[in-house]
Design a protein around this ligand. Structure first.
Ligand code: GLU
Length: 484
C-alpha cells in the first residue's frame, strides 16, 4: 500500500513550530517510503479563520522545501482540498446522515440555555459540557416536525454510556477509555459546517490517508474518531501523536516565548535549513549521534518509530549553535550576499573593506543579526573603560600599556605598509627586540584600536582595515585616556 500523509493546518495565524514539526514529519514519513504528501486546508472553524494565514502556509511550505504532491493548487484526484469547498459538495452531511441511520448519531435541537445548564466545572476553572443525550429520545415525528419548522440543530455522535473504546497510537500504544467519559461530540454545527473532529475523519478516509501525525492535544479525542471509523466500517489510519514542545522553562511553547513560529525565527535571522534541521530533532533522534541533516538526509534517515514520547524542549541556544554551523558551512559568496546588509548597518557608510569584514565574522556568528555588534567598532571607536588594558595572562597593566603605546606610536607612524602581514612582523620584531612577550605588545594595541574586550580579529588585522590614519589616532586616544 502506498503511504499517503497529509498536513492539515487550520488557517488561524502564523506557522507555529508545532505545526511545522507535524508538517515535516508527515512529509518525511511519506518521502522516506516514496509515498504522497498532501496539503489539506481545514477552514471549517469560521470564527478562528485569519485573513492571510493560508498564504503563510503556502509560503512556509515552499520555503522549507516541504513540497506537497497534492493540495488545493495541485489536484491529485482527491479534491477539493479545502474543507469549506468540500462542504459545498455535501460530503459531510451525507456521511452524518448515514450515521444517523445507523443510530451512531442523532439530531440535537437543544438551545443555548439548556446547554448552559449542563455545564460543569472540572478542575482549574476548566468548564466542560457533557451532553445528557436529551435529544436522543426524540421520536421520528418530533424530529421531522422540528426540521420542517426550520429549528436550528446540530448532529451529535451517539456514544454508548457503557463499555470501553480502545484506540492504538504508534507511540503511546493501546489506549482504552470508558465510554462514559466520552461526550456526544458535535459532528455538524448549527451553521451547517462540520466540526474539525468530524471533517478530519471523513477526509482522512476519503482521501486515502494512511498515516496521521499530529500534536498530542488530539490524543484524548482519538477514541471518538475510532468509534466513527468503526461505525462506517472503515480501517483506522496509523496514528502518531507527537510530544508536547516546551520552552526552556518547561512551559508549553507559546507566543510569549518569542520564537514560537517559523516567522518569528526567520525574523530573528535563523536560516531555513537550520530551522528545519532543528525542528526535526524536536522529539525525534537518529540512530547515530549526528545532529546536522539536510532535508534529503532527513528523508533517508527518518523513522517515526524513533520518535520519543517525552516533551521536547525548544532550546534556542542549541538552535543558535546549529545555525552557526550552517553559516560556517556556507559558500563565502553566498555568505557575503546575506551578510552585506548587516555589515552596512555596522559600518555606517565608512569606507571599509566589506569582503574582509565578511570573512572575519563568518566563523564567529550564530545568526546574521550578531554581525553589527561584532564589528561596529570599526566605524567608530566606542567609549571604553581603561581597565580593559589590564590582562593577567599577558601581564599587562594600565601603566605598562601606557608606556608600551607611547613606545610603539613612533614605530607605527614611521610605517607606511599597513598590510596585516607587515604590521604583524613589525610588532613581533619590536617585541623580540625589547624582550617582550608578543601579547604584552599586541593586547594594548588591540585594546586601543578597538575599544573592545573581544574582537573578531587581532590587533594587526584591525589596523589593516582601519588604515594608518585612523589606527594612529586611536593609539593616541588610548594614550590620552591612560594618562588621565
Ligand atoms: N486542523 C488541525 C490543526 O491545525 C489538524 C490536526 C490534524 O492534523 O489532524 O490543528
Amino acid at each position: 500500500m502506498k503511504i499517503r500523509t497529509r498536513y492539515a493546518p487550520s488557517p488561524t495565524g502564523k506557522m507555529h513550530v508545532g505545526n511545522l514539526r507535524s508538517a515535516l514529519y508527515e512529509f518525511l514519513i511519506a518521502k522516506h517510503d516514496g509515498g504522497d504528501f498532501m496539503l489539506r486546508i481545514e477552514d471549517t472553524d469560521q470564527e478562528r479563520f485569519v485573513e492571510g494565514a493560508t498564504e503563510i502556509i503556502y509560503r512556509t511550505m515552499a520555503k522549507t522545501g516541504l513540497v506537497h504532491d497534492e493540495g488545493p493548487d495541485k489536484d491529485g484526484g482527491y479534491g477539493p482540498y479545502v474543507q469549506s469547498e468540500r462542504m459545498k459538495t455535501g460530503i459531510y452531511m451525507k456521511y452524518a446522515k448515514e450515521l444517523i441511520e445507523k443510530k451512531e448519531a442523532y439530531y440535537c435541537f437543544c438551545d443555548k440555555e439548556r446547554l448552559e445548564a449542563l455545564k460543569s466545572e472540572v478542575k482549574d476553572g476548566e468548564v466542560i459540557t457533557k451532553y445528557d443525550k436529551h435529544c436522543l429520545s426524540l421520536s421520528p415525528e418530533e424530529i421531522e416536525k422540528n426540521l420542517n419548522e426550520g429549528k436550528p440543530f446540530v448532529i451529535r455522535q451517539n456514544i454508548p454510556e457503557e463499555g470501553t473504546t480502545t484506540f492504538h497510537d504508534e507511540l503511546y500504544g493501546d489506549i482504552t477509555v470508558d465510554n462514559a467519559e466520552l461526550d456526544d461530540m458535535i459532528l455538524i454545527k448549527s451553521d451547517g459546517y462540520p466540526t474539525y473532529n468530524f471533517a478530519n475523519v471523513i477526509d482522512d478516509h476519503t482521501m486515502n490517508i494512511t498515516h496521521v501525525v499530529r500534536g498530542n492535544e488530539y490524543l484524548s479525542s482519538s477514541p471518538k474518531y475510532v468509534r466513527l471509523y468503526d461505525a462506517f466500517g472503515w480501517s483506522v489510519p496509523t496514528y502518531i501523536h507527537l510530544p508536547l514542545i516546551t520552552d526552556e522553562n518547561h512551559k508549553k511553547l507559546s507566543k510569549r516565548s518569542g520564537h514560537a513560529s517559523f516567522e518569528d525565527l526567520e525574523d530573528q535571522g535563523f536560516l531555513t535549513e537550520a530551522i528545519i534541521n532543528y525542528v526535526a530533532l524536536l522529539g525525534w533522534s537518529p540512530e547515530d549521534n549526528n545532529e546536522i541533516f539536510s532535508l534529503d538526509e532527513l528523508i533517508e534517515k527518518f523513522d517515526y518509530r524513533r520518535i520519543s514520547k517525552s516533551p521536547a524542549v525548544f532550546d534556542i541556544v542549541k538552535l543558535r549553535w546549529m545555525n552557526g554551523e550552517y553559516i560556517k558551512a556556507m559558500d563565502d559568496d553566498k555568505f557575503f550576499a546575506m551578510a552585506e546588509k548587516y555589515i552596512d548597518e555596522a559600518i555606517k557608510g565608512k569606507n571599509l573593506d566589506k569582503k574582509k569584514l565578511s570573512a572575519m565574522v563568518k566563523t564567529r556568528i550564530e545568526v546574521f543579526p550578531d554581525i553589527p555588534e561584532l564589528i561596529d567598532f570599526f566605524a567608530e571607536l566606542p567609549e571604553y573603560d581603561t581597565a580593559m588594558y589590564e590582562h593577567k595572562k599577558m601581564k599587562t597593566t594600565k601603566e605598562s600599556s601606557l608606556a608600551l603605546l607611547k613606545e610603539i606610536l613612533p614605530v607605527l607612524e614611521a610605517c607606511n605598509d599597513y598590510s596585516n602581514d607587515n604590521l604583524y612582523k613589525l610588532l613581533v620584531d619590536f617585541a623580540t627586540a625589547h624582550e617582550y612577550k608578543n601579547g604584552y605588545v599586541l593586547w594594548p594595541v588591540r585594546t586601543a584600536t578597538s575599544g573592545k574586550q573581544m574582537t573578531p580579529a587581532g590587533a594587526t588585522e584591525i589596523m589593516e582595515l582601519l588604515g594608518k590614519e585612523e589606527s594612529i589616532s586611536r593609539i593616541k586616544k588610548g594614550i590620552e585616556l591612560l594618562e588621565k
